[in-house]
Design a binder for this molecule. Structure first.
Ligand code: HAM
Length: 420
């Protein structure tokens, strides 16, 4: 028997109902906020992720699925969505358009991580990227959209943890302070962090091994090194969030594991499910340097992504299945070949009129069909028999009250819709 690859999941049954529900809420919200769906390739040139997510990030160093295709091109399964969206924006010269671009996406991502609860190797994110504006109103919109989608999914007690890394000057000042603080403690840090100290010292703050050490806890905070402009910008974002009544906590430890961020960075958690890093439902931030770093013009970007697998895990705990269950409304019953031809026609007609309809596909016979209709909890049964059909009639039975009525063939749809 061939099993699914480690860290992947099959989604079926009741769980797939929750996926449909999440996808519906996400796409409806995205459309009301006027975001445009973007679909980019699942694999991209490896270099794209080295230059965006960062060659010294854990994701690129340890977690990407890299391969060569038959033409010897170096390709990588996307570990996240931002890089591909920005690549597309530049490649299609969307920066030349008169307006900003507001994209949303929903798709699988791939990271070679140690699988555990809430951490998979193939997982699904929905997210947005807004390109072309540096106005803090966009930061507030993106953060509140993420918050409002989770709220619309009935996830309660949400909190945004927010921080600012500031502009290039603020980051440089911070980096210097961090380096001189860490240097005397270098031997006490893990091997990876000693390497990060040389390549990208900010990465040390994101280390999973040293996360609880006092050295990291007492390290300088980005927020204390913001220059005046960056500080004012951050305060404006917070003011807008206050106005939108988004619950947030300024958390100076949020730096995020990807290299492309500056200014606003954030993560969102449900305080009811808040114990581990796997409980982070989503995160994002601003990346104003990234477009230029990927050979585009000087421009601006900000976005977020949420892990749908983690959201589903919470919804499962909340027992939401019954609210999203796919309910068969009508079950059509027949025995003879003649009746079957009518059944085929009636089923199609009802479905095209938006009625969830099912019929027998296994030659069960009447007794078996009654049983199946009960199992599906169908509300109305259409019971076909040759005698009535010859008079142009069908029997329709209410499966709860057991009341039966004869209805004209030409009036079935009207009758069903009126009695559901
Ligand atoms: P990220 O924090 O790496 O950000 O991922 C965002 C979310 O994806 C996480 O909060 C988590 O819910 C989910 N996630 C990440 N890794 C896994 C995994 N192995 N298994 C299950 N879920 C996972 C980004 O990906 C950025 N591209 C977000 C962004 C968009 N920043 C700006 N624009």
């Amino acid at each position: 028997m061939i099993n699914k690859p480690k860290g992947c999941v099959d989604i079926t049954g009741d769980e797939s109902l929750l996926w449909e529900y999440v996808n519906d809420v996400v796409s409806t919200m995205m459309r009301t906020y006027n975001y445009e769906l973007i679909r980019t390739p699942i694999f991209e040139a490896s270099e794209l992720f080295h230059r965006s997510v960062g060659a010294s990030s854990d994701i690129v160093k340890k977690e990407t699925y890299d391969f060569q295709d038959k033409g010897n091109r170096n390709l990588t399964l996307r570990p996240e969505g931002t890089a591909g969206v920005v690549r597309s924006y530049i490649e299609n010269k969307c920066y030349a358009l008169p307006d900003i671009k507001k994209y949303y996406y929903n798709g699988t991502m791939y990271r070679y991580e140690r699988p555990q609860n809430g951490r998979l190797r193939e997982f699904t994110q929905f997210g947005v990227e807004v390109l072309g504006s540096n106005d803090p109103i966009v930061d507030a919109e993106v953060i509140s959209l993420q918050y409002k989608i989770l709220e619309a999914l009935h996830i309660e007690n949400l909190e945004v943890k927010i921080n600012s890394l500031g502009d290039a000057e603020s980051r440089d000042n911070y980096k210097k302070a961090l380096v001189s603080y860490l240097e005397p403690h270098l031997n006490e840090l893990c091997e990876d962090c000693q390497e990060r100290f040389k390549t990208n010292p900010l990465r040390i703050l994101d280390c999973k091994v040293d996360a609880d050490s006092d050295i990291l806890k007492n390290a300088p905070k980005t927020i204390d090194y913001l220059n005046k402009e960056s500080k004012e910008r951050f305060e404006t974002v917070l003011k807008y969030l206050d106005l939108l009544e988004i619950d947030y906590e300024v958390n100076p430890n949020i730096v995020r594991g990807l290299d492309y961020y500056d200014h606003t960075v954030f993560e969102i958690v449900s305080l009811d499910h808040n114990e581990t890093s796997q409980s982070v439902l989503g995160g994002g931030g601003r990346y104003n340097k990234l477009i230029k770093e990927l050979d585009g013009p000087d421009s601006y970007g900000i976005g977020f992504a949420c892990g749908i697998d983690r959201i589903i895990a919470i919804l499962k705990e909340m027992d939401l299945y019954k609210d999203v269950k796919r309910q068969v409304e009508v079950y059509v019953m027949y025995v003879s070949e003649e009746e079957k031809l009518h059944a085929l026609d009636i089923v199609q007609n009802l479905r095209l009129n938006g009625v969830v309809t099912e019929t027998d596909n296994l030659g069960r016979g009447l007794k078996g069909e009654f049983k199946e209709a009960d199992r599906l909890q169908a509300k109305l049964l259409i019971i076909l028999n040759n005698e009535d059909l010859q008079k142009g009639l069908v029997n329709i039975k209410d499966n709860a009250t057991k009341e039966e009525e004869k209805v004209d063939l030409s009036e079935i749809v009207e009758y069903i819709i009126g009695n559901l």
